[in-house]
Unconditional design. Structure first.
Length: 284
C-alpha cells in the first residue's frame, strides 16, 4: 500500500500586477496560489475591480503590490472586498528614481509617480530585494515552507544572474545611446543597461503633448542625435510616427509587463524580449 503524500501548505496570494505574480510564483512554487488583479495591457493605475478580483482579495492571505501611488484603485477595492490580507509593499526594498520630479496635483488629473517612478520592476536587479521581501511575507504565513521559499529564490536568482550577463553583453555595444521615451516607464531599464533618456514624448505624465512641446522635442532630438524612441503597446502611434518621420529615429516597442506581449511569458522572458528587440533595432 502506498503511503499518502503530505500535501504542502498553500498560501493564497493576490498580486496587483502580472510581474509581481510571476515573482511570487518563482519563490512560492507549489506552496502558493497566486493571481494578478490586473491585466497587463490595461492601465494599471485606474481600473474597475470585478467580482473575481474582489473574491481573490477576500480570500488572500497575502497582498503583494507595487506601492507608492501605482494602485490608486486598491484602497477602494479592499474596502469593497472587506479584505485585510498581510500587506507587502514591494517598493520598500527599492532605491527609487525620480523622487524629486514635480507631478500633477490631485485636484487636476490624478496620476502616478508623486513619490517616485513606480516602474522599478523593469530593472531586473530589483528582483533581488523584491523576492527577499516575498520570502519573508510567505514564510510569515507558512513558516514550514521557508526553506522551500529560500531555495526557490536562490534557483531563480541563479537563472537571473546568467541571463543578466547575456543581456549586458547584448546591449554593451550601445552603452550611452540617447533615447526618447513615449511615457516615463523606462528609467530603471535605461539605468541598468546604460541608456540615456533625453526627453519624454508626454509633456507631463498622463497628458498628451502640445504642439509646442512636440516642436521643441523634435528640435532637441535633431540636435542630440537621438536614434530611438522607446514605446509601449498602446502608445499614441500617430504622434510617435510624426516624431519618427521628422527626426529619423526608430520607434521600438518594448514590453512593460509580463503578458503584455505573447513572447513575454514570465518575468525573465520579459527581459529576453526587450533586450533582443532593442539590440536588433539599434544594430540597424
Amino acid at each position: 500500500m502506498l503511503t499518502p503524500l503530505l500535501v504542502a501548505a498553500t498560501v493564497i496570494v493576490a498580486a496587483t500586477t502580472t510581474d509581481l505574480r510571476d515573482l511570487v510564483a518563482a519563490v512560492g512554487g507549489d506552496r502558493v496560489s497566486v493571481e494578478s488583479l490586473t491585466e497587463p495591457r490595461a492601465d494599471p493605475h485606474a481600473r474597475e475591480i470585478h467580482p473575481r478580483q474582489l473574491a481573490r482579495l477576500r480570500a488572500a492571505q497575502v497582498l503583494v503590490r507595487i506601492g507608492l501611488d501605482h494602485e490608486s484603485w486598491l484602497p477602494r477595492a479592499l474596502r469593497a472586498a472587506r479584505a485585510t490580507p498581510r500587506d507587502l509593499d514591494a517598493s520598500r526594498g527599492i532605491a527609487l528614481l525620480d523622487t524629486e520630479t514635480a507631478r500633477l496635483s490631485a485636484d487636476r488629473r490624478p496620476h502616478v509617480h508623486a513619490f517616485g517612478n513606480t516602474h522599478y520592476w523593469l530593472d531586473p536587479e530589483n528582483a533581488r530585494p523584491i523576492t527577499a521581501l516575498i520570502v519573508d511575507a510567505l514564510a510569515a504565513v507558512d513558516s514550514a515552507g521557508r526553506g522551500v521559499f529560500v531555495a526557490n529564490r536562490e534557483r531563480f536568482l541563479r537563472d537571473l544572474d546568467a541571463r543578466l550577463a547575456r543581456w549586458r553583453r547584448a546591449l554593451r555595444p550601445y552603452a550611452g545611446t540617447r533615447v526618447v521615451v513615449a511615457h516615463d516607464t523606462w528609467p530603471y531599464f535605461a539605468r541598468r543597461f546604460d541608456l540615456t533618456i533625453v526627453a519624454t514624448v508626454e509633456e507631463q505624465p498622463g497628458v498628451p503633448p502640445s504642439p509646442r512641446h512636440l516642436g521643441a522635442l523634435i528640435a532637441q532630438m535633431k540636435t542630440s542625435g537621438v536614434r530611438a524612441i522607446l514605446a509601449e503597446p498602446g502608445a499614441p502611434t500617430a504622434v510617435l510616427a510624426r516624431v519618427a518621420a521628422e527626426t529619423g529615429a526608430r520607434v521600438i516597442t518594448l514590453v512593460p509587463s509580463v503578458g503584455a506581449d505573447p513572447e513575454a511569458t514570465d518575468y525573465l522572458a520579459l527581459f529576453d524580449v526587450n533586450v533582443r528587440r532593442l539590440a536588433d533595432a539599434l544594430a540597424r
